[in-house]
Design a protein around this ligand. Structure first.
Ligand code: SF4
Ligand code: SF4
Length: 359
């Protein structure tokens, strides 16, 4: 029953928190030398992680992320070293394993300060791959990541995965209102909603515009054009279906509420809007932090390579083996703060030109 509820929540209500039980779980037959994989307590994340490492002997330590996925919770201050330290201590992990290494998802890096975890638990933090599916290969390679394992690619399959889960909850109130009060328009609105959502999510990377909201205008224009052509062909003129044009614009706005933050390696429009409205923090989802793009002080850099290892957008590169990483794509930075938090020498900061829309 729990699995069914978990599937329904993960498939149709992914925006809502859904807590799994925290604590230490075995995968396979782990012993004292087995790796410890730490994650949050969002039920879908935990389910996917356990499925990805089926056949591996490992410990899975689920820390309290408020039932929210690791990346959102880490960026929003809901998944930090405090939750990891607490999970390590409560589970008495030190009595179960002989080594002192925790493997965390790379996307936990904006929130979990590895130095704090080490200081308070004795465990070192190693940031693993972005995707759970890469963990077996990461472990097999001696906990080494390929460049592909480091990057959040927002591929078509990711965007299609998000399509149903992120839009169902937006469609539901529309379906209820139209189903009850305007049943004659129910199927038209449903087709318009899912058509706009599908085209937007599939085409998002190719729509021109620096922000998601600018890209939204292309979809709005496309919907208006199609309805105008339909009106000219089957109605009394290009504006014959004007109520549907207004409805199409409203639906597109709804779908694009935070499309940039969901299906693209871009700054979240919703977060930027919240900041512009003076909402600088929202427990678990939005944390007050600087908005600038990353800036690197080469004199302070000690060349540890951590920034290159954890940046999900490939902002850093190592020009030559043995050289210090350098900032090669500052424009790609979306201010997650991971590298700034983890840099051991204070060489990185978020400053200068804003990475948020309008910057
Ligand atoms: S994390 Fe900091 S010290 Fe390490 S390579 Fe990057 S900038 Fe240099
Ligand atoms: S460079 Fe920007 S996107 Fe990359 S880890 Fe640092 S803050 Fe995050």
């Amino acid at each position: 029953m729990n699995r069914i509820i978990s599937w329904i929540m993960g498939t149709f209500f992914r925006w809502l928190p859904h807590r799994a039980v925290t604590g230490l779980r075995p995968s396979g037959r782990p012993d004292a030398d087995s790796p410890v994989l730490v994650t949050g307590n969002y039920s879908l994340t935990l389910r996917r992680l356990l499925a990805a490492i089926r056949g591996e002997d490992a410990w899975v330590l689920s820390a309290d992320s408020g039932g929210i996925n690791v990346w959102c919770a880490a960026c929003g201050g809901g998944f930090t070293h405090l939750q990891v330290i607490s999970a390590v201590k409560v589970s008495r992990l030190a009595e179960k394993v002989s080594h002192r290494v925790l493997v965390l998802p790379a996307l936990a890096a904006p929130g979990v300060d590895a130095r704090e975890v080490k200081e308070h638990t004795g465990f070192s933090v190693r940031f693993g791959p972005v995707r759970a599916g890469d963990i077996p290969a990461f472990l097999a390679a001696g906990r080494k990541k390929t460049p592909a394992m480091r990057h959040a690619d927002f591929s078509l399959s990711h965007r299609l995965d998000m399509l149903l889960s992120m839009n169902f909850i937006l469609w539901l109130p529309l379906a209820l209102v139209f189903g009850i009060f305007f049943p004659h328009a129910f199927w038209g609105v449903t087709a318009l909603f899912w058509g706009v959502a599908a085209v937007s999510y599939v085409l998002f990377p190719w729509l021109p515009g620096r922000t998601g909201y600018l890209r939204m205008l292309w979809i709005m224009g496309g919907v208006a054009l199609l309805l105008g052509l339909a009106g000219a062909q089957w109605g009394s003129g290009p504006l014959a279906f004007w109520p549907w044009m207004i409805g199409g614009a409203a639906i597109t706005t709804l779908v694009f509420f935070d499309a940039a933050g969901i299906v693209a390696p871009m700054a979240s429009d919703a977060e930027a809007l919240a900041f512009a409205l003076g909402i600088k923090s929202l427990p678990g989802l939005l944390a007050e932090k600087p908005l600038g793009r990353v800036s690197q002080d080469p004199d302070l850099c000690i060349g540890c390579g951590l920034c290159l290892d954890i940046c999900p957008l490939a902002v850093f590169e190592k020009p030559l083996e043995g050289k210090k990483p350098v900032t090669v794509r500052p424009g790609a930075c979306f201010s997650c703060g991971a590298c700034v938090l983890q840099c051991p020498s204070g060489a990185l900061s978020l400053a200068g030109k804003a990475a948020r829309p309008g910057g």
